[in-house]
Design a protein around this ligand. Structure first.
Ligand SMILES: Cc1ncc(COP(=O)(O)O)c(C=O)c1O
Length: 344
């Protein structure tokens, strides 16, 4: 993709910074399948500690980290509950069913605005000739929910629901860093609420690759076997882990800048009636139901003006701020998008 474009499609389009590349080049490495890569081992220990858990496991992608966690929590033929727009049932190409034999049931889409009582009523215990529920998954922040942040009290309510029912609670924390920066909740506090988390270094933090599964030592030992089975055992992965360590050290606090830029984009498009929800983090979801332009037409017109946006559905689109977007790019988008929306 030409650099001339202001790329607002996703926070995964970032490229490693010069400092990150230096850290990658200098990384000490070993064979991680043998557990001998010192940089991977350091990253795993660091991330486990950040979330107050015993252990963590480096995985090639957020999808694999989620799916390893789900296989840890839900045996084949048993049930996962999550929301209908969750990444794990929307964008992971049926992996829970295909690899884990997991049956998924969803509550209606409410983004980050979950009612723990609704979830509690869905849980099916053992012994009633129904598929027993084994785990609940939530997404922090919520991708299709427009980067919404699930409030801490809601998460505590869900933890109570899970404990009462004896089921596990998983967090797809691909962007949990954004929630931490937006709401000021510590990563340890979030960590304490979940049996397992998956967290990504390549969504907004700027690493080229990498996610981790976080949990107890016993779970992570099993996770290592599942990762190998899924083909995710990597060798001199310290080169990638070094990028992740660099990202954690340098790119978490700066997410506040991405959130502020997203708020400015939201403010610029709001007068055209296309803002789908209040913007809390780095995602700006657009609902074009009442606009003359549909999502493809808007994306095509934006492209003509040098701005790339994501089409998520016929009338839904998304703008995303990230490490690769500076004020010059933002200003360009702030001029172009209102002009296009006003002209239609
Ligand atoms: C909420 C969420 N979870 C998981 C993932 C999966 O990450 P990956 O693309 O690394 O598989 C994504 C990707 O954007 C995501 O937004």
């Amino acid at each position: 993709m030409a650099d001339a474009f202001v790329d607002l499609r996703s926070d995964t389009v970032t490229r490693p910074t010069a400092g990150m590349r230096e850290a990658m080049a200098a990384a000490e490495v070993g064979d991680d399948v043998y557990g001998e890569d010192p940089t991977v081992n350091a990253l795993e220990a660091e991330v486990a500690a950040l979330f107050g858990h015993e252990a963590a496991l480096f995985a090639p992608s957020g999808t694999m980290a989620n799916q390893i966690a789900l296989q840890l929590l839900v045996p084949p033929g048993e049930e996962l509950l999550c929301d209908a727009d969750a990444h794990v049932v929307t964008y992971e190409i049926g992996a829970a069913a295909a690899y884990g034999g997991i049956s998924s049931r969803t509550w209606p889409t409410v983004g980050a605005d979950i009612d723990p009582e609704v979830v509690a009523r869905m849980i099916r215990p053992d012994g009633f000739f129904a598929v027993p529920t084994r785990a609940i998954a939530v997404e922090q922040t919520h991708n299709r929910g427009g980067g919404g942040v699930i409030p801490l009290d809601t998460l505590r309510g869900l933890r109570g629901v899970a404990d009462d029912a004896g089921v596990a609670l998983h967090c797809d924390g691909a962007r949990i860093w954004h929630a931490h920066v937006a709401d000021g909740v510590s990563l340890t506090e979030y960590g304490g609420l979940f049996d397992t988390l998956s967290v990504c270094l390549s969504k907004g933090l700027g690493a080229p690759v990498g996610s981790l599964v976080v949990g107890s030592a016993e779970k992570i030992a099993r996770a290592r076997m599942i990762r190998k089975r899924m083909g995710g055992g990597m060798r001199q992965a310290g080169i990638l882990a070094a990028a992740g360590r660099y990202a954690l050290a340098h790119h978490v606090d700066r997410l506040a800048e991405d959130h502020a830029r997203a708020a400015r984009l939201a403010e610029a498009v709001a007068p055209f009636g296309v803002l789908a929800t209040t913007v809390r983090t780095n995602l700006v979801p657009l609902d074009l139901t009442k606009h003359a332009l549909d999502a493809r037409a808007l994306a095509a017109a934006a492209r003509q003006e040098g701005v790339l946006i994501s089409v998520l559905g016929p009338r839904t689109a998304r703008l995303v701020t990230h490490l690769g977007l500076d004020d010059e790019g933002l200003d360009h988008a702030l001029r172009a998008l209102p002009r296009i929306l006003a002209a239609a």
